[in-house]
Design a protein around this ligand. Structure first.
Ligand code: NDP
Length: 292
């Protein structure tokens, strides 16, 4: 079994990004600037946003954190988004999800200008991804593709089973793995909560991508020998062993599944760091497209 080390791979890519930033600096080009909008004080969202901002600093990007109260109205948030769209110093920005219930996530995403939508959630970018046109691929699927690429995992002709059909992970992942390029050219099955005979389907997977949000959902009896497992799940389970009082666990029961795998991502240290790095890559791309 080979561990797909997302942390190490992310650090390599971040090193490459830092070099590009250094070159941009010395040739007087614009330094990428990522802004993150955080509404309210959801602890998980706060952790994600802080980590994104910190990673920006690590590679030499400029970053801004726009922190807003949870009772902000939808139209006030849209005004904020419009200001970011027209701010020439901000090359890309994200609005951290989930948003408070009284705000429509769809309306906010649609207000983000597609050229600054480095999360790749805007319908224009989703459409471009589906048509295999240049645009922003949402960060988690983009990060997974790069992990597969860096480990040179063969994908052509393989059966890829994706569990979960969310707009940000499962659905784009299924489209990307079916594309006529590497990584891709898979025969893809997309499963969800209404799928019947799930273990039968997952047992036929050469590549299994789990994006469900349920701790230890995928067990050893659900996979075949030699499978490649990508565990996207990030689930907080309470623990007396950590200072924070919780541990992060994936959607895959790692201890029993890993023994059957050719490759598997750990949680934490697998898809998570790749997602943040993919966001930085999208921001660099946005800067190049807007300023070079
Ligand atoms: P969603 O809750 O939006 O989607 C979960 C999907 O899983 C749904 O499509 C749902 O089906 C499906 N599902 C739920 N229960 C079952 C079941 N019993 N059998 C089959 N399918 C099921 O989650 P996200 O896609 O946003 O996130 C998934 C996980 O990935 C979470 O743990 C999240 O924290 C993590 N995540 C990690 C990231 C990273 O950087 N590593 C980034 C983003 C997410 P249905 O559509 O029918 O309801």
């Amino acid at each position: 079994m080979i561990l797909l080390d997302g942390k190490k791979t992310a650090e390599q890519i971040q090193g490459e990004i830092a070099q590009v930033v250094q070159q941009r600096k010395s040739s007087g080009k614009k330094i990428p600037h990522l802004a993150a909008v955080l509404v309210g004080d959801n602890p998980a969202s706060k952790t994600y946003v802080t980590s994104k901002v910190k990673t920006c600093e690590k590679v030499g990007f400029n970053s801004s954190l726009v922190q807003l109260a949870s009772d902000i109205t939808q139209s006030e948030l849209i005004d904020q988004v419009i200001r970011l769209n027209s701010n020439p110093d901000i090359d890309g920005y994200i609005v951290q999800l989930p948003l408070p219930k009284h705000i429509s996530e769809r309306k906010i995403i649609e207000a983000i200008h597609p050229s600054k939508d480095v999360d790749g959630f805007h319908p224009v970018n989703v459409g471009k991804m589906a048509l295999n046109l240049p645009g922003f691929i949402s960060a988690t699927p983009f990060g997974i593709l790069q992990l597969i690429k860096r480990y040179k995992i063969p994908t052509e002709g393989k059966h890829c089973v994706v569990i979960g059909r969310s707009n940000i992970v499962g659905s784009p992942m299924s489209i990307l793995m079916a594309r006529n390029e590497y990584p891709g050219n898979c025969t893809v099955t997309l499963c969800h909560s209404r799928s019947k005979n799930l273990p039968e389907i997952t047992r036929s997977a050469d590549i299994l991508i789990a994006a469900i949000g349920k701790t230890d959902f995928v067990t050893a009896d659900m996979v075949k020998e030699g499978v490649v497992v990508i565990d996207v799940g990030i689930n907080r389970v309470s623990s007396t062993e950590t200072k924070s009082g919780y541990k992060l666990k994936g959607d895959v029961k790692f201890d029993e599944v890993s023994g059957k795998c050719a490759y598997i991502t750990p949680v934490p240290g697998g898809v998570g760091p790749m997602t943040i790095t993919a966001l930085l890559q999208n921001t660099l791309l946005a800067t190049e497209q807007l300023h070079d």
